[in-house]
Design a protein around this ligand. Structure first.
Ligand SMILES: [Zn+2]
Length: 61
């Protein structure tokens, strides 16, 4: 089982790839599902499509 830190790194990388390329080939480290965004440009949560699975929150300056 992957650690929370490892999961966060994968989500962070997927977020970066979507920002740069508009898509990512990475999948949720827990369930292998896709990702979605909630929030706005400055503060948002990048999360697995499965409720309660992995998520990472980014806060703007
Ligand atoms: Zn998941």
């Amino acid at each position: 089982m992957k650690s929370t830190r490892e999961e966060a790194l994968i989500l962070d990388q997927a977020d970066q790839e979507i920002k740069q390329h508009g898509k990512t080939n990475l999948k949720c480290p827990r369930c292998g599902g896709g990702f979605a965004y909630d929030g706005n440009d400055t503060t948002y949560t990048f999360h697995c499509v499965i409720p309660g699975c992995t998520s990472i929150t980014f806060r703007g300056l």
